[in-house]
Design a protein around this ligand. Sequence first.
Ligand code: SF4
Length: 393
Amino acid sequence: MNFLKPDKGSGAEEHSKMFPPSGSKRWMLCPGSAELCKDLPDTSGPAAKEGTLLHAFCEKNVKLRVNELPVNYKSLDEKLAPQAELALDMVYNLCQENKAVIVGIEIWGSVPGLEEICGTADLVLWSSATKEIFVVDYKFGFREVIASNNSQLRIYSLIAIPIMRKEAVEHVTMCIIQPKVHETKPSIETVLISELNEWRDVELAPIYKGISDMSLSSILVPGEEQCQWCKAKVENCSKMDSNVSSVLDNDEVGDKDLGERLSLVPLLRGWCKAVEAEAMSQLEDGQEVTDHKLIRKRANRAWVDPVKTDKWLAARKIKLQDRTTSKIIGIPAAEKMVKTLGLSKKLNNAFERLIHKPEGKLSYARADDPRQEVVVESVEDALNKSYDFTDLI
Ligand code: SF4
């Protein structure tokens, strides 16, 4: 197999910074973010480091697992080992169930015809029985990622298909292997090659081409989804700045529609979180942040050894009921136990009556939210109803 390799002289790495498949949801919704984010450093917290370690482990060991050879999970931290095991088991099952073989691990390449969109697919499998390639992306976070309509996986698929140059690939199955969420079954979407090519031409190509043809400010498109993970939002995005100002500008409160302001709140909330995270990261790195300093929060005290403490208090003649507390179990736990008792309808109803379900607190949602609207009568309407003014005429 001939895999494309990054060519440092051709600007491939620069392009991969501008159009990383992992950020495709962001730059497809806000094309201007491609330019703004390309030189901003990635923040690499503990979760990102764990993900990198697990990716490297899977890359190194996936062939062993698929060929039923021993894998040394003990080389990983005991917290990470179960995740690696679940991930590799899912790959093994995919191969078994589909008579598939590994044809590529960590495949670098670019989307044919859109060379600046490039990246690395974690794993590619091939089933000659079904003329199908499987493009696998490992995810090791808690936030669920699904394969359906996933632009990152679609880009990896477009990158991976050319490696099967001698085979007539008919469809591609895209798989997210995410042990913390799916445990045993990957999230999967299968599409025909023609559908994938249509997606490239209709959805991907126009965005990518529009970036070079239009002014930056006209292609900055703020929105909750794209701004949430955008590195540019703290200091680099003029659109985000003007949104923040439009919410904060008190002089103009009277002129602005409250609903419009409310729509900007999720963006503003995301911006606040990102500003706090950036300030914290700079302070933790020993840098200065004007008018602010690093402090340590007050920690909750805890018994060093609760059993030893209990004995110590008992020896001082403090009675059991005075030195311990007991609390009734929660409703879900009780429901689970009651279910196993096989009670009569009457007793089940009696149990239901023990539960108080208060009305939920009032909140607000966008007008197209599927939940039922709570209609509240205005004071004016209520007054009009309680007096029949015709009597007074
Ligand atoms: S903060 Fe939002 S509007 Fe600004 S570049 Fe990022 S995604 Fe686009």
